[in-house]
Ligand binder design. Structure first.
Ligand code: NDP
Length: 300
């Protein structure tokens, strides 16, 4: 039987609607408007696209959007001063410093200078620790989006075998932690994993976050398993015209969809959920800062 396609684009639309409804409610009831500040250093084209899209969707959800664009040669001291100013601005509830930063800037230092309560990317060491100990935290957006889709599809994840391929700090590790917190039995695989196909074949849930185009073939997938493809890889597509490209994930979609019970496509799967979860984290941060009721179903 063909796999159910988990439509991340539609699901992200539902999340954005829930965010917008909650924003409207807290504006009316408490007179508070959530605000998200995005800091972009330099002119990386992909980052510029992300930042534009984040600003647009923030405004569409009824929130305030603040953009700080800094020159590529901005000093660390100047960047830290901007973060400090945002930490102290009561109109700003979420701060996102767009990564990657130029090489002369220490990303860990900058991220850890953000007020953890405003760290809507969930990368601050305090939030990593809170998540790791099962406490209330700000949760990284991409894994949060994956978790929401899995919960929506399965209901409870308790007792399921999950394999996360990739151990990055921004996707693999927090994803594994979230699945563990939802009582999955979790294996984290990486480039040194022995018998990766055999490990993946044990999984009821496979999350691929590797950065290698179409690396996971269908014959690694246990029949009926749920496959969440985090990968975003751009390949040349001469069949679409000269200089054209196409996006593919980290799993070979056609062969995996033939075996899996459910699968996320690329594009249109995990990608749209990431910004939706950023908006969700911003409204959550705003509610926590003001002692207001948090939106339901938008946090881990
Ligand atoms: P990283 O490069 O930081 O991490 C990749 C991980 O994959 C590493 O842990 C690495 O292992 C592992 N890996 C690499 N090669 C293999 C292999 N042959 N077998 C098994 N494991 C392997 O990537 P990210 O986590 O940042 O991103 C992963 C993917 O997700 C990328 O395609 C990225 O574009 C995408 N992404 C998508 C987002 C979205 O919004 N949808 C957001 C963020 C990322 P090791 O540690 O041993 O080197």
């Amino acid at each position: 039987m063909a796999a159910t396609v988990i439509d991340g684009k539609a699901f992200a639309g539902t999340v954005r609607e829930k965010v917008a409804a909650h924003v409207e409610r807290i504006k009316a009831e408490a007179g508070v408007t959530p605000g998200l500040a995005v800091v972009l250093v330099g002119e990386d084209p992909a980052s510029q696209v992300y930042v534009r899209s984040k600003g647009k969707q923030t405004a569409e959800a009824g929130m305030n959007s603040f953009e700080h664009k800094l020159d590529a040669d901005t000093s660390e001291a100047d960047l830290l001063a901007v973060v400090d100013q945002l930490n102290n601005d009561p109109a700003v509830h979420g701060i996102l410093v767009q990564l990657p930063l130029p090489d002369h800037l220490d990303s860990d230092l900058v991220i850890n200078s953000i007020d953890p309560a405003k760290d809507v990317d969930g990368f601050h060491i305090s939030n990593v620790g809170l998540l790791g100990t099962g406490q209330k935290s700000m949760v990284p957006c991409t894994p949060l989006g994956c978790l929401m889709m899995l919960r929506d599809h399965h209901g409870s994840l308790s007792g399921m075998n999950a394999v996360v391929i990739g151990r990055s700090n921004i996707v693999g590790k927090p994803m594994a932690q979230l699945l563990l917190n939802d009582s999955c039995t979790v294996t984290i695989a990486h480039s040194r994993t022995a018998d990766l196909p055999g490990v993946v074949r044990q999984a009821d849930i496979v999350v691929a976050a590797v950065g290698r185009p179409e690396m996971v073939p269908g014959d690694w997938i246990k029949p009926g398993a749920t496959v969440i493809d985090v990968g975003i890889n751009r390949l040349d597509a001469p069949e679409k015209g000269e200089g054209k490209t196409r996006l593919v994930g980290d799993v070979d979609y056609d062969s995996c969809a033939a075996v899996a019970g459910a699968i996320t496509p690329v594009p249109g799967g995990v990608g749209p959920m990431t910004i939706a979860c950023l908006l969700a984290n911003t409204v959550t941060a705003c509610c926590r800062a003001n002692g207001l009721e948090e939106p339901e179903g938008l946090t881990a």
